[in-house]
Design a protein around this ligand. Structure first.
Ligand code: ADP
Length: 461
């Protein structure tokens, strides 16, 4: 990477519909913030353009102020500016009410709302004389940026820029993604294994020459057990045992669970088919049968699934397992921190997983991941019994438990080994917690990969 370090600073503009922590639905929101911070830390200039949602928590925006207005698409658009996690963010507020609907996603006209936003964002750049090197868009929701830019705005005056498109999840909006793939100068997805898994997809296959898998990182300042307001005792790998014990007790107390030294399995997830709902349910019962505790934090966009889990929660919370199982069926960022810190294991049994951030965040907090071998989970979790060589090829020690089959037998295979290891070898287990905490799953390496990609994009005709 010696060569790219010497290049002059780039100006990168992200056009995105999620951004942690102010408008986060899933990993996309985390990545927009943490990738941008990593690139900015390498002395490049980054701006983010985001819709101004009415449901946004503005208390996390510093120096929030009115910037200007402009007219486009038959409406007035007010522009606000502020700093989020040290990043410069422009908020677009069209007066047609598109983003005053109480949610990020979930309206019948989402494609129209976000299509409008993409166009308005490019218009904003043009009208204000921005001349970025890279315009980076994400998933189906800002995919239109790629073709609007190439078909129109590159001719209007944003000619220096190159368009980079990142697929965080190919499940949604395949048609939009295919079109963005065609127009983007470079395209990425969020892990090497997922990039191979989707290589045969009709939206991807024609464009493999410009398509790259770059693993996501976790932001080490946003997720830092040594500096985290939501956990009781700060810790590093040096005092991981004490730190995690205090967090486990706090978690048990907060949720009304028995405060005892039991193996605690945490699950933090959107409850959708992708995340392996039947495997999650099975693992809850199996953990309880084995004398462990389970904490699930999750919410389901589909009301039928939400209902199903409400019933499971009622069943568990009124059973003899009531002091060992807690299902929290909401979105709760502070609680997620306490679970990452207080759990022994974080289970991620996804059917498919482009990258997955929960297993990475788990490791940052010294929790051991138990994952299904798919996508980014395969790239980041190395089974203690089976993947020593594969780990060493990356210069790493094994760091978790994994399984293949998307059935009860599969999840049992990993979960049983994990829980047995906890009961039978606490010293070994504690060393494993220390090991995973010391692994570097930050953006240090992936940010350089993105920079290399940005530079390669700039060199294209
Ligand atoms: P996806 O983007 O598919 O949802 P990722 O693993 O990439 O999956 O990212 C999920 C992110 O959302 C993680 O930061 C995780 O901690 C967070 N998260 C998921 N569900 C919840 C919840 N119910 N409450 C708080 N945070 C959650």
């Amino acid at each position: 990477f010696g060569s790219i370090v010497k290049e002059p600073p780039l100006h990168i503009i992200h056009i995105a519909v999620e951004m942690a922590p102010i408008a986060k639905v899933g990993g996309l929101g985390d990545v927009v913030t943490s990738l941008s911070r990593a690139i900015q830390d390498l002395n490049h200039n980054v701006d983010i353009i985001l819709p101004k949602y009415d449901c946004m928590n503005l208390s996390n925006v510093k120096d929030f102020q009115y910037h200007k207005n402009y007219f486009w698409g038959g409406t007035e658009i007010k522009v606000w500016h502020g700093k989020v996690e040290g990043l410069s963010v422009y908020f677009l507020e069209p007066q047609n009410g598109f983003f005053s609907v109480g949610c990020v996603y979930g309206r019948a006209n989402d494609a129209e709302r976000f299509g409008f936003f993409c166009h308005a964002a490019l218009e904003f750049l043009l009208q204000n004389g921005f001349n970025p090197d890279i315009i980076h868009c994400h998933d189906w929701s800002s995919a239109p940026v790629a073709w609007l830019f190439k078909e129109q705005y590159t001719h209007y005056g944003l000619s220096k820029a190159r368009a980079v498109f990142t697929i965080h999840n190919l499940e949604f909006g395949a048609a939009l993604i295919a079109r963005a793939m065609a127009f983007a100068d470079k395209a990425t997805t969020v892990s090497p294994t997922y990039s191979r898994e989707v290589a045969g997809n009709h939206a991807i296959a024609p464009y493999l020459y410009k398509f790259h898998g770059i693993i996501n990182g976790v932001d080490p300042d946003i997720w830092d057990p040594y500096n985290d307001n939501f956990i009781p005792v700060p810790y590093t790998s040096e005092n991981v045992v004490e730190g995690k014990r205090a967090s486990k007790e706090a978690l048990q107390q907060r949720l009304g669970l028995k405060t005892a030294d039991l193996p605690l399995v945490g699950v933090i997830t959107r409850l959708t088919h992708q995340k392996g709902i039947h495997l999650i349910k099975h693992a809850i019962w199996r953990t309880l049968e084995r004398g462990g505790q389970v904490v699930l934090l999750g919410s389901a966009p589909d009301p039928r699934i939400q209902n199903d889990f409400v019933q499971l929660a009622n069943q568990l919370h009124s059973s003899h397992y009531c002091d060992r199982a807690r299902l929290c069926l909401s979105y709760d960022e502070p609680l997620s921190h306490l679970i990452y810190a207080g759990a022994d294991f974080i289970l991620v049994p996804s059917i498919f997983e482009p990258c997955g951030l929960t297993q990475l965040t788990a490791m940052r907090y010294g929790s051991i991941p138990i994952v299904r071998k798919t996508g980014g989970l395969y790239d980041t979790v190395f089974d203690v019994d089976h993947d020593r060589d594969r780990a060493q090829a990356q210069g790493l020690e094994p760091n978790g438990f994994s399984f293949d089959g998307a059935d009860a037998g599969g999840v049992d295979y990993a979960l049983n080994r994990a829980i047995s290891a906890w009961y039978d070898g606490r010293e070994w287990f504690n060393t494993l917690c220390k090991t995973v905490m010391e692994q570097d799953w930050s953006w240090n390496r992936p940010a350089l990969d993105y920079l290399e990609l940005y530079h390669a994009a700039r060199k294209l005709e």
